[in-house]
Ligand binder design. Structure first.
Ligand code: ATP
Ligand code: ATP
Ligand code: CA
Length: 219
C-alpha cells in the first residue's frame, strides 16, 4: 500500500493549519488555493502548492486528483464555492472528503451531496472555550450529538477521596465515568469503588442536561 495522499483546498487560517500539521507529521499534501499569495506561503510547507480554482472540474482533473485519498475542503465564506467543490471532488471518486461548514444549511447540503465528515471549527471551539470559561476545572468538552457530550474535568475538593459509588454519579446525574487519568496512568474501566483524588482528570459521558447537573454539583 502506498502512502496516503491528501489535498487541502482553501489555505485560510483553518485549511492552512491542517496543511501545516499534516506536513509536519510527514504526510504528503497537495495545497490548493485560487489566491497566488496564499499558495506562495505554502510552497515551502506542503509537498506541492498550486494555484487553482477548485470549482473548475478540469483544473482538478489536470492536477491528478483521482490519486488523492482524502480531500479537505476548507473554503469558508463562499458557501457556493464550497458546495460546488465538494460535489466535483465527490464525482471524481475521492474516497474520503472532509468539509468545513459555515452554518447549518450549508451542513445539510454537504450531507446530501455525500461529504464524509463535516466540521464546524468556529462553533465547536466557541462551545469548548465557553465551557472552560464557566469553570477552570472543565478542561475539555466534545460534542457527540446534538444532545450528548463528553467532558474532561479536573477533580477538586468535592470529589477528593470519594469513590464513584460514594458520589453516586450514575444514579444522581445519569452520566457515566468512562476514564480516570492520574498523571501518566489512565484507568479506562473505572470500578464503582475506585477512589478519585484531587487533581485526577475525570472523563464523563452523558446528555448535555445531565452533564450540566454533574458539573454544577461536583466540578
Ligand atoms: P479562515 O479559515 O481563515 O477563517 P474562512 O473560513 O473565512 O477562512 P475563506 O477565507 O472564505 O474562509 O476561504 C479560505 C481560503 O479558500 C481562502 O484562502 C480563499 O482564497 C480560498 N478559496 C476560496 N474559493 C476558492 C476556490 N474556488 N478555489 C480555491 N480556493 C478558494
Ligand atoms: P469568524 O469567527 O466568523 O471567523 P473572524 O475571526 O473572521 O470571524 P471578524 O468577522 O472580523 O472575525 O469579526 C468577528 C465579529 O466581530 C464580527 O461580527 C464583527 O462585526 C465584530 N467586530 C469587529 N470589530 C468590532 C468592534 N470594533 N467592535 C465590536 N464588534 C466588532
Ligand atoms: Ca473565518
Amino acid at each position: 500500500m502506498g502512502k496516503r495522499l491528501y489535498a487541502v483546498i482553501g489555505l485560510g487560517r483553518f485549511g492552512g493549519s491542517i496543511c501545516k500539521e499534516l506536513s509536519r507529521e510527514g504526510m504528503e499534501v497537495l495545497a490548493i488555493d485560487n489566491d497566488e499569495e496564499k499558495v506562495n506561503e505554502f510552497k515551502e510547507v506542503a509537498s506541492h502548492a498550486v494555484i487553482a480554482d477548485s470549482t473548475d472540474e478540469i483544473a482538478l482533473r489536470d492536477l491528478g486528483f483521482r490519486n488523492i485519498d482524502h480531500v479537505i475542503v476548507a473554503i469558508g465564506d463562499n458557501v457556493h464555492a464550497s458546495i460546488l467543490t465538494t460535489l466535483i471532488v465527490k464525482e471524481l471518486g475521492i474516497s474520503t472528503i472532509t468539509v468545513k461548514a459555515q452554518n447549518d444549511y450549508h451542513e445539510k447540503v454537504l450531507e446530501k451531496i455525500g461529504a464524509d465528515e463535516i466540521v464546524h471549527p468556529e462553533r465547536d471551539m466557541g462551545r469548548r472555550i465557553a465551557h472552560s470559561i464557566i469553570s477552570s476545572n472543565i478542561l475539555d468538552y466534545l460534542e457527540l450529538s446534538d444532545e450528548h457530550s463528553v467532558v474532561e474535568v479536573k477533580a477538586g475538593d468535592r470529589m477528593d477521596g470519594e469513590t464513584i459509588i460514594d458520589l453516586d454519579i450514575r444514579a444522581r446525574f445519569g452520566c457515566n465515568v468512562v476514564a480516570i487519568k492520574r498523571g501518566k496512568d489512565i484507568n479506562v474501566s473505572p470500578m464503582a469503588d475506585d477512589v478519585i483524588e484531587k487533581g485526577d482528570i475525570i472523563i464523563v459521558i452523558g446528555s448535555d442536561k445531565d452533564i450540566h447537573r454533574f458539573e454544577k454539583a461536583l466540578v
